[in-house]
Ligand binder design. Structure first.
Ligand SMILES: Nc1ncnc2c1ncn2[C@@H]1O[C@H](COP(=O)(O)OP(=O)(O)O)[C@@H](O)[C@H]1O
Ligand SMILES: [Mg+2]
Length: 419
């Protein structure tokens, strides 16, 4: 084996040892000075930032507050501020009122002030950097927050499953994933876990050569680089790990076969949508017991009612202390079909229906045949409200709407209240 150590060009292009890529996060920077904006923009050139979507804005914290009053917040906000300590904390408090719980904040300041640093960290700010700094130091900080072993996984996992095959959970999963990408503007990864029959590729008009099967049957170790290679981008912010949809092999899995893949996805992408098949075995049960949110999709008939009851009971058992599954009734109002009324359906199994979607064969049929989302076929159709409502609820943004976002930056605000 040859030793490349004495070749300077090889050393230059060698990856920084232990440098992981920062995951698929969105970052927005608010800079008061052109020099700071330049430093932030240079950070994009760092190879660790390859997957990051970064935008810079002129103006400091007040510009950020104005923007986030009407726009979703990214995973990370970088704020340059030359405000005095008290003013800065008041401004951050105002920012907290318009910011999402999961958004992290890095403050770039001009005073080398330990007291201020302590106050900011206590307030919930992730880091305080003092200018002048090189962009590599900023990337180090971002990397520490999002890519280190100590970093919490950025991803929220949302599983969709039907109470009977064909009830519509895949369709609702794909459309909700789309709605999340549009309304919350974070990267979404949809895992089609119905390996023999899954339709995510068809519904998004994608025929990638690789997908989830390559990951789960891989003999080699899986990491975020492999996942990035296997997934296909099908829209701005929407990625897929498709199912092969063939019967070339059997699909038998162990209880934990998907565990590591889901964990890696969760570290790599902010929103992971799991499109589960309607089946019950060890890996499905285990997956459902570990995800953040579950959406159960049922049609309003007796078999679905029985299955909804058994599923919701079982999930309650499996997920004590976790969020309760959301029940969605789909295909409501099929002509001439005797149906169980929505309130009766919920009342008889002691559950609340989170939403209902009417039977719209022309709309859903065209979407399925064209490989498009409902919003692409008809952006003004009221069914989109249901997908948006699901998008907000499953990403933890429902309180945001009802309280006009006030008090929702728990990361920052809760700490303040505790302080
Ligand atoms: N509200 C609806 N109205 C009409 N057709 C629907 C509706 N929801 C879903 N469908 C159609 O029902 C079929 C089954 O949906 P799918 O999402 O694959 O179900 P599941 O994943 O629960 O088995 C698809 O052809 C889909 O287009
Ligand atoms: Mg399905």
């Amino acid at each position: 084996m040859s030793d490349h150590n004495d070749d300077p060009s090889a050393q230059e292009s060698a990856p920084i040892v232990g440098a992981r890529l920062v995951p698929h996060i969105t970052i927005q920077a608010f800079c008061e000075n052109a020099k700071t904006a330049q430093m932030v923009e240079q950070a994009v050139g760092d190879r660790r930032m390859n997957k990051v979507a970064l935008t810079t804005h002129n103006g400091g914290i007040n510009a950020a507050i104005e923007i986030y009053r009407v726009n979703p917040t990214p995973n990370l906000v970088i704020l340059e501020s030359s405000l005095q300590a008290d003013e800065l904390l008041t401004a951050l408090e105002n920012l907290a009122g318009v910011c999402d719980a999961s958004t992290k904040v890095i403050v770039v300041g001009h005073a080398n002030d330990v007291e201020l640093y302590r106050k900011l960290i206590r307030f919930g700010v992730s880091e305080y950097l003092v200018m002048p700094i090189a962009s590599v130091a900023l990337v180090d900080t971002i990397s520490e927050q999002f890519a280190s072993d100590a970093a919490e996984p950025i991803g929220r996992t949302i599983a969709f499953m039907s109470t009977k095959g064909g009830a519509g959970s895949s369709t609702i999963a794909h459309n909700t994933g789309w709605a999340i990408s549009q309304a919350v503007r974070r990267d979404v990864l949809i895992l089609d876990m119905d390996l023999p029959f899954g339709t995510a590729g068809l519904n998004y008009n994608q025929e990638p050569p690789h997908g989830l099967a390559d990951a789960v049957f891989s003999a080699d170790a899986i990491d975020d680089v492999v996942i990035d290679r296997l997934m296909s981008k099908c829209a701005n912010h929407v990625n897929l790990l498709t199912a092969p949809g063939t019967l070339d092999r059997d699909y038998d899995f162990e209880e934990r076969s998907f565990e590591q893949i889901i964990e890696i996805c969760q570290k790599n992408i902010p929103i992971v949508v799991l499109d589960l098949p309607h089946t019950w075995n060890a890996w499905v049960r285990h997956t459902l017991s570990t995800v953040d949110e579950i959406v159960v999709v049922a049609e309003p008939d007796l078999a679905n009612l029985r299955n909804a009851k058994t599923m919701l009971d079982k999930l309650k058992d499996l997920r004590q202390g976790e969020s309760e599954p959301l029940l969605v009734l789909n295909k409501v109002g099929v002509p001439k079909r005797p149906e169980i009324a929505t309130n009766e359906f919920g009342a008889s199994i002691d559950a609340e229906c989170f939403a209902q979607i009417s039977f719209e064969p022309a709309l859903f049929g065209s979407a399925a045949n064209n490989g498009q989302m409902i919003a692409e076929i008809s952006s003004s159709h009221k069914i989109n409200d249901v997908f948006n409502k699901l998008a907000m609820k499953t990403t933890g943004r429902d309180e945001q709407a009802s309280t006009d976002r006030g008090g929702v930056l728990p990361g920052l605000l809760k700490k303040l209240k505790l302080a």
